[in-house]
Design a protein around this ligand. Sequence first.
Ligand code: SF4
Length: 458
Amino acid sequence: MSARTIDLELIRKFNVPGPRYTSYPPATHFTEEVDKAVLLEKIAHNNATAERDLSLYFHLPFCNSLCWFCGCTTVITTEQSKSEKYLDYLERELDAMGQHLHPDRSVVQMHLGGGTPTFLLADEIRRLGAMVHDRFVIAPDMEASVEIDPRRLTRDKLVALREVGFNRASIGVQDNNPTVQKAVHRIQPLELTREVVGWIRDTGFDSLNIDLIYGLPHQTVESFEQTIDEILELRPDRLAVFSYAHVPWIKPAQKILKEEHLPTPELKLQLLKLTVEKLTANGFVDIGMDHFARADDELAIAQREKTLQRNFQGYSTRGGTDIYSFGMSSISQADDIYWQNQKELPAYYADIDAGRLPIAKGYALTAEDLLRRETIMRLMCDLELDYAAMSKSLNIDFETHFAAELASLDDLEDGGLLQRHPGRLEVTELGQLFIRIVAMRFDAYLIAGKEGRYSKAI
Ligand code: SF4
């Protein structure tokens, strides 16, 4: 582990839009045309044995107010009673999918995302925990994480989360500066964040992640440096520092953010430089794709040992699992299929009322997709490709199969993003910042020019 310095000129050159590859192909390829009977057959096949472990995801969409930068799938409401009804439907969805799951599969990972999972009342958190514990075999070392909004959080909700097995907390901060907070409609004084971190520690969570965003209105290098300094004092184990993606054509609320208040592309690069240099100088390892972890954190160790995985929740240390997700808009992944639930609450409820699984879209990977998915995931997690190892795991001659892709890397090698050695390809520290640019060279749909609009890497 070493402190990094960033060359802004090179960053400018490679800052082009691209997918984040939490799946391959990306979710933009999922289609309503997918044959649900085929999906169900494949789910049945996936549950023929209890060999593979389960990772469960629950999407809790409610938030009390909208943060104007938000890119998540949310339902904004102050009506607390909505969460009870939602849990009723989640329970029915769990029962409906439960009929297809092998009863002995072990749950090794669980994640509550949103929206704001802590919109749920403490007793509702207990109810959700009981719903899972009553239906699944839970591994004793299950890693259970929850996204927490410190605003309106009460200590008893953390106590309830711990009671039902949650051991990893992730809190949203984004930026501590009051002017920035006002501009994005998210007022969260540092004092409040400090108090919540204290509760997370004294209720016994094992790990703390903090989310920040750079590229928000009114941010300056000085103001963001102060935010990072204040956050480092809270001693998180992991940090996710995302680049704000301004996509008002997808998220209309982002139109409220005035363009003239957003950092210029130049300033955004400086904010990234500051982030990487400051965090790596303070003991964090740059995992890639905006994630940083302390050198002794499982994520950093898994990357060193080449056992890191990438999925819809970002990076994960638990390989060999299938992700079964519940709640509106949630995405599942098993073997060679992806499927996504209805994205709107009324459609999600209507499907469950009609006795159907609330699946809106899906995708069945081709044999070629599977080869490319593994290649892109290994590249993003290991930051290298060992051709002999890839040939063995994919049962192909890797260098022959991907000859055109490997030959297309000259400009990335000249730019310092990667190095090709006999038998292997290695991503450099600079390339790590633009790992999606390297991955894009192995994306058959991009090569064929069939892709839509993505946000830039930075
Ligand atoms: S609390 Fe989180 S999910 Fe909800 S609007 Fe704000 S950023 Fe989005």
